[in-house]
Design a protein around this ligand. Structure first.
Ligand code: F6P
Length: 504
């Protein structure tokens, strides 16, 4: 049996003696005051943070992140550092403090009202203000300073996401020899979109401070290389070699499709057996024999939730045989609600659900169950295991890990994944999922009908292939791939440096 320890040993060896210096906006551990004044710790529940955490624990790295917990300041030392996890201190978390205004303009502003919409192809949603940009730059400077302060000769600096478009260049200026890598978790769009981005040249220049820049898919890499080619006359873009030579420095650009912890999800969903499912259905009054379709999303306008509800309403309208026979369970997680587009989306979803339930619901059947309640991992993965169909229909999504979670949780291999052709995951899953264009409602309804009536044999074949794909390239394979590539690039860089010094 492969254990987490074996996995982190492989990753440790991919690190080759280097020590990780991870930089992310969200922190892996957050300290907060309870009602009675005691301090509690929120831990990484899943996803990337939970994946990197065991590696950090094993290799004693440093993690730089925004301290957003109300008790965070209480527990740090004079350098704003705290050893984590609290019960077996294994690595350093360096907290960066942000003022309310900084959070407003850097996080809610340039990150989420400029970069986020532009990268998802929604330029018309961009709300640009000068202070968004200047604060984004200042906060990147603050994080860059923290990196420089924490840096050691064996550090491998790894920036996460679009909050840090400028910090790599800032660190490069201070530490020319440092090895810097970055993973961009959202799509990288075409040049036509990028040039609409205020200050796009600075962002491209900032990212070219990295030695290795990772995206989820090859097409995002190609888009990035095209953008550099268009933006900078002095950049030499080598598409075959996937690298850019710019300002005396080489940046390698590579795809690493982020994934999930397949084994962990599969074992948690296995715990949610038939008895659990029957209790879960009872608690939401889902009748016996009623098929269940599921949607699990952060409440973001990129996720296509209103379009999905429109398709379902059309299904119940055009195929009345599904009334009383299909319930759609939507879990929504409120997100970035201080931004009006997000708040409005939340209201729009609630209204659409109420409208559909009023129109089609009966005394003993509720067409759509919508909840914003926190669900435990067992509930979430159990729901994924037992739902007949998953609706993953984003209008645009860098990867969409819910699609991969659904697949990993499909212990009985009898569910169908309906997947948008606009999700990064579609590049890996292709024809094994049932593909939709989330804006083409006729096709969506047809594919829903196809998925709901699919024969068991086809369900099993498709799901087995999907599960093989996720099991083979899981979160740990992603980590190992990223770190092994970093080492290859590092070697390449050293070889080039020694060639240059010999020819001098
Ligand atoms: O998809 C990009 C991402 O930054 C994820 O890494 C993260 O889980 C999600 O968006 C939500 O981010 P936040 O709540 O920090 O804005």
């Amino acid at each position: 049996m492969v254990t987490n320890t074996d996995i982190s040993t492989d990753i440790e060896s991919a690190l080759g003696g280097d020590s990780l210096l991870v930089v992310s906006n969200r922190q892996p551990y957050k300290h907060s005051y309870d009602d009675d004044g005691t301090i509690t710790v929120d831990r990484p529940a899943g996803g990337l943070t939970a994946g990197i955490d065991p590696v950090m624990q094993k290799t004693d790295g440093t993690w730089v992140a925004w301290g957003d917990g109300d008790a965070d300041e209480e527990v740090v030392d004079e350098d704003d550092c705290v050893r984590v996890p609290p019960e077996s201190e294994a690595y350093t978390l360096k907290r960066v403090w942000l003022t309310e205004e900084e959070v407003e303009d850097y996080y809610y502003g340039y990150s989420n009202q400029v970069l986020w919409p532009v990268c998802h192809g929604g330029m018309w949603k961009t709300k640009f203000a000068n202070e968004f940009w200047t604060t984004y730059r200042d906060v990147n400077e603050t994080f860059a300073d923290a990196v420089v302060e924490q840096y050691d000769d064996d550090s491998l600096v790894w920036f996460q996401d679009y909050h840090f478009g400028l910090a790599p260049r800032m660190v490069r200026e201070e530490l020319p020899e440092a090895f810097l890598m970055h993973f961009w978790h959202i799509p990288w769009p075409s040049w036509d979109s990028v040039r609409s981005l205020p200050n796009h040249e600075e962002v491209l220049d900032g990212l070219l401070g990295n030695d290795l820049l990772g995206f989820h898919t090859d097409s995002y890499c190609e888009n990035f290389l095209n953008c550099v080619d268009e933006a900078f006359e002095t950049a030499f873009v080598d598409r075959d070699g996937k690298k850019v030579r710019y300002d005396g420095h080489t940046t390698y650009v590579e795809s690493f499709p982020l994934s999930v912890d397949f084994d962990d999800i599969a074992s948690k969903s296995a715990e949610a057996d038939d008895e659990w499912w029957s209790e879960f259905r009872d608690s939401y009054a889902i009748g016996d024999g009623v098929q269940v379709a599921v949607g699990i999303d952060r409440l973001d306008y990129t996720k296509g939730i209103p379009e999905r509800l429109d398709a379902l309403a059309r299904l119940w309208e055009e195929h009345p045989e599904w009334r009383g026979e299909l319930t759609f369970f939507q879990k929504g997680s409120p997100s970035r609600s201080r931004i009006s587009d997000y708040k409005e989306l939340q209201e729009e979803v609630e209204e659409a659900v109420a409208r559909i339930n009023r129109r089609f619901g009966t005394d003993d059947w509720q067409p759509v169950i919508y909840t914003e309640e926190m669900l435990s991992e067992t509930d979430l993965y159990g729901l994924c295991r037992h739902s007949d169909v998953a609706l993953v229909s984003p209008l645009r999504d860098g990867m969409n890990l819910v699609a991969k979670e659904y697949v990993a949780a499909q212990h009985d291999e009898d569910g169908v994944l309906i997947l948008s052709n606009q999700a990064g995951a579609h590049e890996e899953f292709g024809d094994d999922a049932v593909t939709i264009n989330p804006r083409d409602i006729d096709e969506f309804v047809e594919q829903l009908q196809y998925a709901l009536t699919m024969e068991d044999e086809e369900r099993g074949e498709r799901m087995r292939r999907l599960r093989d794909t996720v099991e083979e390239y899981d979160l740990f394979a992603w980590l190992e791939d990223s770190l092994t590539t970093a080492h290859d690039v590092k070697r390449q860089r050293a070889a080039e440096a020694s060639e240059n010094s010999e020819t001098r």
